[in-house]
Design a protein around this ligand. Sequence first.
Ligand SMILES: [Mg+2]
Length: 252
Amino acid sequence: MFNYKTVCLDLDGTVYRGIEPIPEAVRFIRRLQEAGIEPFYITNNASMTRTQLRQKLAGFGVITTEEFIYTSGMAAAQFVKRELPDAKVFVIGTAALREELETVGLELVEEGSNAVIMGIDKDITYTKLATACLEVRAGAKLIATNPDHAFPSHQGFLPGNGAFVKLVEFSTETDAIFCGKPSSIMLELIQQQTGASKEDMVLIGDNMKTDLLAGVNFGIDTIHVNSGVDRPETVQASAMSVSRYIESMDEL
Ligand SMILES: [Mg+2]
């Protein structure tokens, strides 16, 4: 039985694969909406704004609003705002990440920061990485959107944000704080927004080390769907206590 009131869906590998929708997921979302349940979409992708993600979903026939979309960029912005409310931040990342940080009122600076925030930046340079290292050595906290070491492309796996964060960590001998999954920051924010109890929440995702671990860390039920990166055998072989395994969301 599927009795959850607050349904959190991963995006890539769960609702779509790159530019292709997953039809079973789209059908499931429609069934939820017809039952009066608006699902939440939570993604480690900090390179798109919530508006861009809403438009992408709409292109697949999934109609929602920005308040139901959570990105690791937004999570980083909320986290910094909560921990360092008057922070000046040095950012490596896309315009989407900068927009999230400015939305919560953080001041973006090129030096003299209290926090360095790193998200994927395809225009990354030695100078940007050097500045990040200098800022961290001068006392800025190192905060990152997501730890993904690689992401798929038509050419194969390309270096993800985590690879560049590792460089700064290694050079400065400092550990970064990651705000995307498997951190449960996004789930905490959803719980605050809805007032849901943990028993009423579920997380559905394809990735064991990010999605399912975030749900387990937060203490809610998790469902593994076999439409993305991890096969069920891999998840079962780990010691992780996943609530349910499904081949597709037609089973829900
Ligand atoms: Mg995924």
